[in-house]
Design a binder for this molecule. Structure first.
Ligand code: PRX
Length: 709
């Protein structure tokens, strides 16, 4: 029931988007002066240059960071909305821009410094010159041995090894469209994507190190091919890199005539080069599949010219990457963050990037800081989930290491202000500027974030629109939700931008439906103003113009007509000092529709107690209101997490609702699921709860809860 003291409950018939967000405003922090002194974007005038009045021409400033074979005729072609075309008439090659053009001045500078997970294995430095060699040899192999040509698709299922960017750039050199499937995904997931993209070649690796063991990865290739075949897709060749050349790490047999060790093939291509193929700006560069929806996988298609310009520009101004920086993005290249901000953006700018193979806390929570110290990393890019994990396992660990970050990022989910402050004070030692970068697979690059020298930081808020991005919040009816109103709604981008996906591979209608149909004003209009892009997130905008992202639209728990952002609930729980991690999920509730169940994991060494449970309940009540009080607070030893470290809320929601938890095989810690299920469900039954069979709609909701993450 709604609490009658809550002002929202006195307004009948509120639409979802109108419901107030219970969020405490945080104070802003100015950027540190030494950072400002060296920043790429240091003059406020850049904000005016990228204002609406200068759209779309402002983005030529990003395109001018690249080397073009032919300059574009038109900046933005809107003749077939919403299939925008950027820099039409222009031609370029992405690999040339990321590799060849740096050779003359920086050939022997490190492009990548690869850190294997086992600490006794040597760090590999790959200079731009060596990258050029490796990319060319692999490109010739793809062309000669596999018969690939511009426009063909090839699927990679590769872990965090230098072979992955080498393979991406080799494709880009030929105009072949790459589709990397995150290494932690199952073979079946990979096979579905092979089929959807129509790839006849799979590039994989025999194994890789993760959490201290050498994981058998090639076995997934066999599963992938079976799955692809079920969809009618034949794969001719499987190229297998060996993690330790000459030594095979997999138990899966090599299939004669189909599977080939790359290290055995490469010697015949030694020293061979291939000319970068001059591609039209709007030619697809790669596909990146998203896991956010049901049904067929959704292959987000990104362009060559627009995408590369956008990631180079945003990396320069928002990440403040200079060629002389040592930059470490601890994401996996298997996700969009890695494509944009490990490979294409930083290489286009000619910087040095650190690649790390393994788990950030392996073999101990000091690992990241040792890497930063040894390699002189000065820009550190990571996700809240990693920050939480590092905070949980080694809260004082950063103090022991002598590194200095000038800039740190957070990306991928909203960050709780508590966690933000630890990141700032401990990891950044109070000296680093933080940029919270909000965006998604579909958008190629940042949408909401600050210009680090010009706009102050605000814990838990990503900031205003990125340069040239015009965000707006709409309610369900398409009315603008005003800044400072305290109301949440659906965040959209009013204008096209060069990094936006071109289409969903093979599903153009779905592309229009998912991203544009909701707020399109006129299907026949060729005016971009009529085609706002639906991002799929709920958000609230403060009076100062900063956005707070509340999570995917489907990540909201609606309790008695009140929309509660899971992140707000979790952030409240995290204000309790004993709590290290928190996840809120919906439980089907016969009276209130949905109730909140809160799962928390404690700081190391602490035991579960009634006091802690009470503190969490009190914190939520205090921070948000009675309405948000969880029906249950479960203290668990750990959260079920993906390999990339995201908490799997759908698994927890399944447990809370006595529903099927779905596939847990891709989790980093599948064993925790039974443990939590046992604790939670036996407690509930002992308390008299009688589970009922869920309706198909309820089952779907639970199984999809948090899936967008
Ligand atoms: O809900 C938003 C959240 O992650 C979603 C996009 O996920 P994905 O496509 O996997 O891309 C992740 C890397 C860009 C968004 O819809 N998200 C991403 N960044 C942030 C965020 N939520 C809050 N703050 C962010 N900085």
């Amino acid at each position: 029931m709604a609490d009658s003291t809550d002002p929202q409950s006195q307004q009948p018939q509120l639409s979802e988007a109108q419901i107030a967000v219970h969020w405490r405003e945080e104070n802003t922090l100015p950027p540190p002066p030494p950072f400002i002194a060296q920043a790429n974007a240091a003059e406020a005038e850049i904000i005016e240059r990228f204002s609406e009045a200068h759209f779309p021409d402002c983005f030529t400033e990003y395109a001018d960071l690249l080397t073009w074979d032919r300059r574009w005729d038109q900046v933005l072609d809107t003749s077939n909305p919403p299939f925008w075309k950027w820099f039409t008439g222009g031609r370029l090659n992405a690999c040339f821009n990321c590799v060849d053009r740096h050779l003359a001045t920086s050939g022997n500078k490190a492009a990548f410094i690869w850190v294997p997970e086992p600490e006794d294995q040597l760090t590999q430095v790959i200079t731009y010159q060596e990258l050029y060699r490796r990319v060319n040899e692999f490109a010739v192999l793809l062309e000669d041995f596999c018969g690939l040509k511009a426009g063909d698709r090839v699927t990679f299922h590769l872990p965090m090894v230098p072979e992955l960017p080498v393979a991406m750039l080799a494709c880009a050199r030929l105009g072949v469209i790459h589709s990397e499937v995150f290494g932690g995904f199952s073979g079946t997931a990979c096979g579905d994507r092979i089929a959807d993209s129509g790839s006849r070649v799979l590039v994989t690796m025999d194994g890789y190190y993760r959490g201290g063991s050498l994981v058998d990865h090639k076995v997934k290739a066999d599963e992938a091919l079976l799955a692809a075949e079920k969809h009618g897709q034949e794969v001719d060749k499987v190229l297998v890199f060996r993690r330790r050349p000459g030594q095979y790490a997999s138990a899966s047999p090599m299939v004669e005539g189909r599977d080939f060790f790359v290290d055995e093939l490469l010697p015949q291509y030694r020293g061979r080069t291939v000319k970068p193929v001059s591609m039209p700006a709007e030619a697809p560069l790669f596909l990146m599949y998203t896991s956010g929806t049901t049904g067929r996988p959704k292959g987000c298609q990104h362009s060559t010219g627009g995408y590369l310009a956008y990631v180079a520009g945003t990396a320069k101004y928002h990440l403040d990457i200079h060629p002389e920086d040592t930059y470490w993005c601890a994401a996996d290249i298997g996700w969009i963050t890695g494509h944009s901000y490990i490979v294409y953006g930083p290489l286009a700018l000619g910087t040095t990037s650190v690649l790390y193979e393994g788990v950030p806390t392996y073999p101990d929570p000091g690992r990241c800081w040792r890497i930063a110290e040894r390699l002189g990393v000065n820009i550190f890019h990571t996700a809240p989930t990693t920050i939480r994990m590092l905070r949980k396992l080694g809260p004082e660990e950063p103090r022991r290491y002598d590194y200095r970050f000038k800039l740190m990022t957070t990306v991928g989910e909203p960050i709780e202000p508590e966690v933000w402050r630890w990141y700032h004070d401990e990891v950044g030692k109070g000296e680093a500027v933080i940029v919270d970068t909000w965006w998604m697979t579909e958008t190629g690059g940042f949408l909401g974030t600050t210009l680090p020298a010009l706009q102050p930081m605000k814990p838990g808020s990503c900031g205003p629109g990125a340069l040239g991005i015009l965000p707006v919040i709409y309610d369900e009816d398409g009315n603008t939700v005003e800044a400072g109103s305290g109301k949440a709604g659906n965040i959209c981008i009013r204008n096209p931008w060069p990094g936006v996906l071109q289409t969903v591979w093979g599903q153009p209608e779905r592309f229009v439906d998912i991203y544009y149909a909701k707020y399109n004003r006129n299907r026949d209009s060729k005016d971009w103003h009529d085609w706002p892009f639906l991002c799929g997130d709920g958000a609230v905008q403060a009076a100062d113009g900063y956005f707070r992202i509340l999570g995917r639209i489907d990540d909201v728990i609606n309790v008695a007509g009140h929309r509660l952002g899971t992140k707000e609930l979790e952030s409240a729980a995290l204000t309790v000092p004993e709590v290290a991690e928190a996840a809120a999920v919906p439980a089907i509730d016969e009276v209130r529709g949905r109730a909140v169940e809160m799962y928390v994991a404690l700081q190391p060494g602490l035991a579960a107690s009634e006091e802690i449970r009470h503190s969490v309940a009190a914190a939520i009540e205090r921070e948000i209101g009675k309405i948000a009080r969880p029906a249950h607070i479960w203290i668990v030893p750990d959260m079920p997490k993906t390999r990339s470290g995201k908490i799997m809320r759908r698994v927890i929601a399944g447990i809370s609702n006595f529903a099927d938890v779905g596939d847990t095989s891709t989790l980093a810690n599948p064993e925790i699921v039974d443990d939590i299920r046992h604790r939670v469900q036996s407690d509930k039954i002992a308390a008299g709860h009688v589970p009922r069979v869920l309706t198909p709609e309820e089952t779907q909701e639970i199984q999809e809860f948090g899936k967008a993450e």
